[in-house]
Design a protein around this ligand. Structure first.
Ligand SMILES: [Zn+2]
Length: 113
């Protein structure tokens, strides 16, 4: 998409040059050439200013520090084995909802993103 815009800008600029270079006292050709040039520059600027659309993963992956892995995670209250379904990430914090004892608490384990 960017390459297309730059190619187009290049063509417009070139066309503008041709118009200006081929000028034989015709003010309109200069004007058209300048307009084409301006359009080329505007196109490049527009592409440059375009914010990068980053596709961020909305579903955040859990990366627990240390040797704690989801398989080894146990409920703090009852020691029941927690599956990834009982661990949720909200606002960068890890929340545990134990399916065995219905305990729910925030995991204090620091999370690496
Ligand atoms: Zn529990």
């Amino acid at each position: 998409m960017k390459a297309v815009a730059f190619t187009l800008a290049g063509l417009l600029g070139l066309l503008g040059l041709v118009f200006i270079a081929g000028n034989q006292g015709q003010i309109m050709r200069v004007v058209v050439g300048l307009v084409l040039f301006a359009a080329a520059i505007a196109l490049v600027v527009a592409v440059r200013l375009q914010p990068k659309i980053e596709q961020r993963n909305i579903v955040q992956n859990l990366h627990l520090t240390g040797d704690v892995s989801l398989e080894q995670m146990q409920c703090r209250k009852c020691g029941g084995k927690l599956s990834d379904e009982s661990v949720k990430v909200q606002g960068g914090a890890v929340f545990v909802a134990c399916p065995y004892c219905n305990a729910s608490y925030q995991l204090e384990e620091a999370v690496k993103w």
